[in-house]
Design a protein around this ligand. Structure first.
Ligand code: TNX
Length: 544
């Protein structure tokens, strides 16, 4: 009896497992069709054949297949693949058939699966779609439906942000986050590296940024409006070494993800002035790295326009710019409280001497200076929308955390805009009204609100300025996210919803169908990743 059972199990385990349907792929591809009844079999004899350009992606694919279904595929460069029999998965670089950036085609027919693309990202996205056609169990063999897919993104900029200041996460989680991005066909990771509560990147030229600026004495417990405020009495901090940053960049590059670093100035600078009080508007005061949140207008966290401050900014921005290959650099610029400059005689004299209009003019002066340092390193500047308080070069990209009004104003001034409106793209906001829900920032952003978000304001469409909206991004501020599990709880499934907003043509978006795919294909995926997620997303909708 016992033996029979084992034999049966053995036979069953060798039967090809039916894979996922093409209609389950998320974000939904632009064009897809099942082309026949005969499935393509992928098993231990299948070979990944790759054009030299895709050598890294071939290894990436092999690793993902092994992890997902347990099959150990062969690898063979296309130039040496003459003798390959059996089935293949081929990664082809094809500049002719592939007409758009980030585009791919995937054809599964007969014994072979072919992914065509022209850039790294296209191949990565073809791989992601293919993986969604495989089963989620470990198998000896899997049947991929015969399909033909032609796919490319609606928006060029598809980003996720992560604040590693308010809480820091291990490099292993940063990589996992990058894997989440790749699965969802996002292409940009915005790494928020400095803020009032700490510096999170190694800096050699000004080492006190790390020895002092990377550490806070303790951290607020509970919501920052709770009275009386309570603290945990535990030193907190750290920073990513340059070697770790390089490792993360390499990891992201294989996955087609660009990392944009953010060093936030001239506000949100409390950690900087804790390390170097001489850059503050009150150099004689001893500052500490902030231990609470929501500091705008409450505590001094702005830089003073001293010569030594500008020398510091140029040196540090150059040091960070050299580390990141991205052509973009985010210099923050948000929530710069003007009251400290108003109260500081030195800053007032500076405004007068430089013939600046007022404190807003000084904010713009800071942005212009740092933008010019970044131009020396060939970087295009991105800033939060407050940078438009002044006139800046048109090449400056506006990351808009306001609403449509700010987007319309920026586009009319000929700036490209990345939409990340607080409503609904702040994933630090509550996704339920359950009073027992885990602590978050007030505000209510449900998964259906995210799914129904339209990045291009109607007014811009009417003005024919829609192309100034280059995409969107969700922001993940981590005041109330002390662990990777909490980050996952806040991003899933909202990030999955956003991926489809950014990828799929607007006319093809359908929330009911999205929810079906989410439940049948994506949530099982969260589970295999061992990821946390918000389970009650059907109960809490935008109307409630
Ligand atoms: C505002 S949005 C901030 C962040 C906070 C966030 C909390 C923006 C550019 N700045 O410093 O973490 O609100 O939602």
């Amino acid at each position: 009896m016992h033996h029979l059972l084992i034999l049966l199990l053995l036979i069953v385990s060798y039967l090809p497992v039916r894979a996922q349907s093409i209609s389950n792929v998320t974000p939904k591809p632009v064009e897809f069709a099942q082309t026949g009844k005969e499935a393509v079999v992928v098993n231990g004899n299948t070979t990944i054949v790759y054009d030299a350009f895709y050598a890294d992606q071939a290894v990436y694919l092999k690793g993902l297949v092994k992890e997902q279904v347990g099959l150990d595929l062969q690898l063979q460069a296309a130039s040496q693949s003459k003798g390959v029999k059996d089935g293949t998965i081929t990664l082809v670089q094809d500049e002719k058939a592939i007409t758009k950036d980030e585009m791919y085609t995937l054809v599964a027919a007969g014994k072979d699966i072919t992914i065509r693309a022209k850039d790294t990202r296209g191949a990565v996205y073809g791989i992601q779609t293919l993986l969604q056609l495989l089963s989620l169990q470990q198998v000896k063999s899997v049947q991929v439906p015969a399909v033909s897919v032609t796919d490319y993104p609606r928006f060029a900029y598809r980003g996720m942000h992560l604040d590693v200041v308010r809480h820091m996460f291990p490099v292993s989680f940063i990589k996992k986050y990058i894997d989440y991005l790749a699965f969802h066909k996002f292409n940009t990771f915005h790494w928020h590296l400095t803020d009032d509560q700490g510096w999170r990147i190694q800096i050699d030229s000004y080492q006190k940024l790390n020895s002092i600026g990377s550490w806070r004495k303790e951290t607020l417990i509970g919501h920052f409006k709770d009275q009386p405020a309570r603290y945990d009495n535990t030193r907190y901090g750290g920073f990513y070494t340059k070697e770790e940053v390089r490792e993360v960049i390499r990891y992201a590059t294989v996955r087609g993800i660009e990392i944009i670093p953010e060093i936030d100035i001239p506000g949100h600078s409390r950690a900087t002035i804790a390390a170097y009080p001489e850059f503050s508007t009150k150099p004689d005061t001893t500052w500490n790295v902030a231990t609470t949140w929501g500091m705008y207008n409450r505590q001094n966290n702005v830089l003073a326009p001293r010569p030594e401050t500008f020398k510091f900014l140029r040196t540090v921005f150059h040091e960070v710019a050299e580390l990141f290959p991205s052509k973009y650099f985010h210099l923050g610029g948000d929530e710069t409280s003007k009251m400290w400059w108003k109260a500081d005689p030195y800053s007032q004299k500076f405004i007068k001497d430089q013939k600046l209009k007022d404190e807003k003019g000084l904010q713009t002066y800071f942005i212009e200076q740092v933008a010019s340092y970044l131009a020396e390193k060939n970087k295009t500047v991105i800033g939060w929308h407050e940078i438009l308080e002044g006139e800046l070069p048109k090449s400056t990209i506006v990351m808009n955390w306001g609403g449509e009004k700010e987007a319309i104003a920026a586009a009319n001034r000929k700036h490209k805009v990345i939409m990340s409106p607080g409503k609904p793209l702040y994933f630090d906001h509550y996704q339920s009204k359950d009073p027992n829900d885990s602590l978050a920032i007030h505000g209510y952003n449900t998964v259906d609100a995210v799914y129904n978000f339209e990045p291009v304001p109607e007014a811009l469409r009417k003005q024919n300025l829609d192309s100034y909206i280059i995409g969107a991004q969700a922001n993940v501020w981590t005041e109330y996210m002390g662990s990777p599990a909490k980050v996952e709880y806040m991003i899933f499934p909202r990030m999955t919803a956003l991926s489809e907003v950014l990828w799929t043509p607007k006319e093809q978006r359908n929330y009911a169908d999205f929810k079906r795919r989410l439940k049948t294909a994506v949530i099982p995926r969260y589970k295999t990743w061992g990821s946390n997620y918000f389970r009650n997303f059907e109960k809490w909708t935008a109307e409630k």
